[in-house]
Design a protein around this ligand. Structure first.
Ligand code: GDP
Length: 319
């Protein structure tokens, strides 16, 4: 198979080629999809070298300020930084999360940064898949730091945690109220918790840190080798961002931990895609009237659910 024309410029770090490759991967046209998949498989050996960081937090917590400040520090220190987002509610014209590049004006124009808005809205699974592919393309283009933001709609935190090495939860100093607003499931995903806006009230930030630490100790750690860190920072003044980056580096310094996580993530992603495609294939071939009739019989108690499924897919329940 001949090399895709975008492959060489992409691998040499050309931003335009990267943007075009992501657009191709985001396209739903079958011909574009085939092209994108062959380009992805071609550049795959050049992926995997970035530190993948996910960030979440309620609107207003300071995510874009934080990402811009951290991104600028890293870019100034010589890293190439890519910023992506998962926002299933976004539409390109909607000006929602990342839709408006003026959210990070200084980072947007930094020569070592690449910022890409969330793929346009649709099912979360589709948005997440396109962001994963965009992330791989950024890695192939030589970006060594990926910052992937989620606005926290529905299950998007889970999706971002499932595509990153380190998941960072931003919270506010008024942790008492805040803790109740943070869904327990999100706390469980966090590898690093950051009390942002610590410049506003340092005593409250200290209090929030200890409350968060206490709350995290009550949860079952999701990794045997990592106890979540709780830090405070100010995205506005830049204070504490170095410590956050240090915690991220500490996490990824254990190559085996990262490798295991990535393997599990890729495996889960493959299974999820398989499930989705198998389900769609099943639906496209099924006799809808028959399906409805069997469903009615299950609802009427004439068939158990297992018998109902067996009536439609006789091979579905092997011993
Ligand atoms: P997002 O919705 O989570 O992306 O939050 P933004 O980054 O848009 O920030 C919301 C508001 O909080 C803006 O007015 C920011 O200037 C402000 N902000 C963000 N970080 C800090 C911080 O560390 N300290 C203070 N005082 N304000 C902050």
């Amino acid at each position: 198979m001949p090399a895709h024309p975008l492959a060489a410029p992409l691998l040499s770090g050309n931003r335009r080629a990267l943007a075009q490759a992501i657009t191709l991967a985001e396209s739903s046209r079958p011909a574009h999809q085939r092209e994108a998949q062959s380009l992805l498989s071609e550049v795959m050996p050049h992926t995997g070298n970035a530190v993948r960081v996910g960030l979440t937090g309620v609107p207003g917590v300071g995510k874009s300020t934080f990402i811009e400040a951290l991104g600028l520090q890293l870019a100034d220190a010589g890293h190439r930084v890519a910023v992506l987002a998962v926002d299933p509610s976004s539409a390109r014209t909607g000006g929602s999360i990342m839709g408006d590049k003026t959210r990070m004006p200084a980072l947007t124009v930094h020569p070592s940064a690449f910022i890409r808005p969330s793929p346009a809205g649709g099912a979360l699974g589709g948005v997440a898949r396109r962001t994963r592919e965009a992330a791989l393309l950024c890695e192939a283009a030589g970006y060594g730091v990926l910052l992937i933001e989620t606005v926290g709609v529905g299950q998007s935190e889970t999706q971002v945690a499932a595509m990153t090495d380190v998941f960072v939860l931003l919270t506010l100093p008024n942790a008492g109220d805040e803790l109740q607003g943070i869904k327990r499931g999100i706390m469980e995903l966090a590898d690093v918790c950051v009390v942002n806006k610590a410049d506003m009230d340092s005593a409250a930030a200290r209090q929030a840190r200890s409350e968060l630490s206490a709350a995290l100790h009550l949860l079952t750690p999701h990794s045997a080798s990592w106890q979540p860190r709780v830090l405070s920072a100010s995205a506005l003044t830049g204070k504490g961002l170095g410590e956050v980056w240090q915690a991220v580096q500490e996490y990824v310094s254990d190559a085996e931990r990262v490798q295991q996580k990535r393997h599990a993530q890729t495996g889960a992603w493959f299974e999820e895609l398989l499930r989705e495609v198998a389900w769609n294939t099943f639906l496209s071939g099924v006799n809808v009237d028959e399906l409805k009739a069997v469903r009615e019989r299950v609802l009427a108690g004439e068939l158990t659910p297992v018998q109902g499924v067996a009536a439609i897919l006789p091979s579905g329940f092997g011993e």
